[in-house]
Design a protein around this ligand. Structure first.
Ligand code: TYD
Length: 216
């Protein structure tokens, strides 16, 4: 049974740990799972990721939006859509909502244009469930700055930038409650993992009752 889960959050929210944990739990319940991330997930996507995170020169917001969307077009075409068509569960660490949060709310690009770009690139394949791991900006950035060698261009943005990103996520989750579930990323990771697991089981159960996915 195919199912598409995305995991979103501000910097330092603990997404990566939660994606790993969720994938492990699903696999031990006999599901076939593809755990992947953006930007990245394909050879070209990984090269774009390196540019986006560590380019030594300034990138304008439009270029950022085009690069993340180009990486996504490759990812959807070569990884996500084929996996869903094979009936697998896909868990993706960041997806379309990251573009709306970072390049839209963060950088100030027009949200309608960003949506149009997503439709142009890959017909805007939407997740069945989006998990938001929310942390206050100071908490997330403090975690991030513990490993100062790994800091990306985004980590080094202003507090105001990160506040806009977080506020966009919370608004989006509030506006579309059927798709989003919000978790408190300041709780111990094992507790967050339990909460996410309970939510995913509920969604999968509902999907089983509804029958096969009709969207792709
Ligand atoms: P990620 O590897 O998830 O960083 P982390 O988990 O360490 O926060 O994502 C890399 C960065 O890319 C992150 O700072 C957000 C940014 N990003 C965008 O700005 N737009 C996008 O569409 C995506 C997918 C990521």
């Amino acid at each position: 049974m195919s199912f598409f889960i995305t995991v979103e959050g501000p910097e330092g929210s603990g997404k990566t740990t939660q994606v790993r944990e969720l994938a492990a739990r699903l696999r031990s319940s006999s599901h076939h799972v593809i755990a992947t991330h953006e930007p990245g997930g394909t050879p070209l996507g990984e090269q774009i990721r390196e540019l986006l995170l560590h380019a030594p020169w300034p990138l304008c917001p439009e270029t950022e939006a085009l690069l993340v969307t180009a990486a996504r077009a490759e990812h959807v075409t070569h990884v996500i859509r084929p996996a869903l068509e094979h009936g697998h569960i896909v868990i993706c660490d960041r997806y379309i909502d990251s573009t709306l949060a970072y390049q839209g709310a963060g950088r100030g690009l027009d949200l309608d244009q960003l949506w149009a770009l997503q439709r142009f690139a890959f017909d805007g394949l939407l997740p069945d469930l989006t998990i938001l791991i929310d942390v206050p900006v100071e908490v997330g950035l403090a975690r991030r700055y513990q490993d100062a060698e790994q800091l990306s261009r985004f980590d080094q943005e202003t507090l105001a930038f990160h506040e806009r990103v977080r506020a966009w996520y919370l608004r989006a989750a509030h506006a579309e409650p059927a798709r989003w579930r919000v978790f408190d990323g300041t709780l111990p990771p094992e507790i967050v993992a339990e909460q996410i697991w309970a939510t995913v089981q509920t969604f999968l159960h509902k999907r089983e009752q509804m029958g096969a996915r009709g969207r792709i």
